[in-house]
Design a protein around this ligand. Sequence first.
Ligand SMILES: NC(=O)c1ccc[n+]([C@@H]2O[C@H](COP(=O)([O-])OP(=O)(O)OC[C@H]3O[C@@H](n4cnc5c(N)ncnc54)[C@H](OP(=O)(O)O)[C@@H]3O)[C@@H](O)[C@H]2O)c1
Length: 268
Amino acid sequence: MSDVLVLGSTGTTGSRVVRGLEAAGVRPRAATRNPVRPGQIRFDWDEPATYGPALDGVSAVYLIAPVAADPRPLVEEFLKHAPDVRVVLLSSSAVDERTPVVGGLPGLVRRQPGWAVLRPSWFMQNFLPGHPVGDSARAGRIVTATGDARVAFVDAGDIASVAVRALLDSEPHNTDHLITGPRALSYGEAAEIVGEQLGHPVVHAPVSTSEYQHFLVRDGLPESYAEMLALLDEAIRGGAEDRVTDTVERVTGRPARDFRTFAKEEIR
Ligand SMILES: NC(=O)c1ccc[n+]([C@@H]2O[C@H](COP(=O)([O-])OP(=O)(O)OC[C@H]3O[C@@H](n4cnc5c(N)ncnc54)[C@H](OP(=O)(O)O)[C@@H]3O)[C@@H](O)[C@H]2O)c1
């Protein structure tokens, strides 16, 4: 098989997709703005001249859309260079067709000859350092507007395993995959498990949607982004993420990783 292009290959899911492809004996073409290793190729959403060379001779692509006010024109331009390429799009369980702007991305990908739209719930890896939730956990207090509602946190490795099957299976999946962990937990329950691993108490401080938005702005986020994140928390508070699917086991043949196992193996 020809190369598989992985966008966001240095990131949380993309790095795991690269490893999964290598384990399956397939040569990944790992896209990054700063290639330094063999197998990496320069790709920058802000430089459309990099799209064609990155896609040349590629049979499938793992696509993480750019962070832009409207990523749709860039993704459309990218797909013009990929008329025969299977596309596996990383979307989100929090996004559907009614979601402004990014809700339009799956429709672009479904025009491809083979496609899959991955709709994972919130990542377990958000509790690692470098993510606001992980950083605040280390300071002992996670603030959200989710109340005591539950989220079926999912392991990024499991998302990557589903992506690898969607990229490599002989028949394209041509479907949306709603991907969750095996159990839904409140942030309070997750904070307790994370605290056990860190060796100090971690509490969850639930606040209102507007308080959370102000908290994020004080933390340095732009107003509109803070509003969007606060509304996502509000949706969680309404029960939007309190659901568990069997996608990981059905697609990969092995069960989804549990939050406690993730915490034991990755929380330091
Ligand atoms: N966190 C969650 O709970 C969650 C839940 C559901 C869905 N999601 C979705 O997950 C996506 C993010 O995926 P991720 O967490 O795997 O990625 P990530 O860890 O945020 O990594 C982003 C990647 O994008 C690359 N990148 C940044 N700017 C770029 C540019 N201008 N051109 C090309 N590449 C660029 C970076 O690579 P280089 O720096 O090497 O170029 C990096 O590898 C988002 O779309 C988000 O909506 C997240």
